[in-house]
Every structure is written in structure tokens, then in C-alpha cells.
Design a protein around this ligand. Structure first.
Ligand code: FES
Length: 153
């Protein structure tokens, strides 16, 4: 039987908001779900600790697309500290519910968002310390660092 998705979930699946990569982004998170193989990437542009632009790309199921789209809508314009408090329950509520079997999908975007925020803070710190001068240099060292902390997101 087809899963009973809410109208809002189907809308976000068919017309996902904020798809792509933010130009000049300064934070990026990319999370893969080992069980189902779905992957979500979120890029953000943070200015004065506020998320002024956010976009996502996803490879995944209906739930992964809709919930990632929802995460971008929920986080846009928020202060980083506020955005970090968003939970998978907020995403499910925003979408007027998700079928039980699909609840786990809502974690994908949330975890990618959190990683993007931590990545922004790390990038900012490394820039201030003069350890990197641009995003490309940062990307080279961030993969190693995030591998070490992957389980915390
Ligand atoms: Fe894995 Fe949806 S089935 S994120």
C-alpha cells in the first residue's frame, strides 16, 4: 500500500524549496544514512551569525527530499544558535506529520544542517587563526576533521 503522506509533505517533495548550492557559502554539511544510502548536503551563508541563505541537494526517498526542503525553510533567517535547536520533531510537525516508517528520514536534513553550522564555526576560526585563507583550503582539511567527529552529529 502507498504510504499516507500529508499534502504538505507531497508538496515539498514535488516542489522542493531552496534546491542547489549557495554561491559563496561559508558552511557545508553532508550526511549519508548508512541504512538506506540516502545522502543530504546543505550549504549555508552565515552573516553575523545569521543564516541568510541555505540550499540543499539530496539523493534519497520522498521523505528525505521533503524533510530536507523543510529544514531549509525552518532554518532560513535563523541565528545559528537557534537553528541548532531545531529537531526532527520540528520537521515532522512542519510537514503536518510523516508516516511512522519515514520518521527517520527527517534526521538526515537536521544532521546536515548541524554539520553545516559547525563547519561554518570551524571555518571562521581557521580564517581568524590564519590557518586557511579560503574555502578550498578549508575543504581539504575539513573532511579529515569531520570524519573524527562524524558520530556526534
Ligand atoms: Fe532513508 Fe528516507 S529512507 S532517508
Amino acid at each position: 500500500a502507498a504510504l499516507a503522506y500529508s499534502e504538505k509533505t507531497l508538496d515539498h517533495f514535488r516542489n522542493p524549496r531552496n534546491v542547489g548550492v549557495v554561491e559563496n557559502y561559508n558552511g557545508r554539511g553532508k550526511i549519508g544514512e548508512a541504512d538506506c544510502g540516502d545522502v543530504c548536503e546543505i550549504t549555508i551563508l552565515v552573516e553575523e551569525e545569521q543564516i541568510n541563505d541555505i540550499k540543499f541537494r539530496v539523493y534519497g526517498c520522498v521523505g528525505a527530499v521533503a524533510t530536507s526542503s523543510a529544514v531549509t525553510e525552518l532554518a532560513k533567517g535563523k541565528h545559528c544558535e537557534e537553528a541548532l535547536k531545531l529537531t526532527d520533531d520540528d520537521v515532522v510537525e512542519f510537514l503536518d506529520g510523516l508516516p511512522d516508517q519515514k520518521k527517520h528520514c527527517s534526521l538526515l536534513g537536521i544532521r546536515a544542517l548541524k554539520q553545516a553550522i559547525y563547519d561554518y564555526w570551524l571555518y571562521k576560526q581557521l580564517l581568524e587563526n590564519g590557518q586557511v585563507t579560503n574555502r578550498i583550503e578549508h575543504e581539504q582539511i575539513r573532511e579529515d576533521l569531520f570524519q573524527q567527529f562524524a558520530n556526534e552529529f
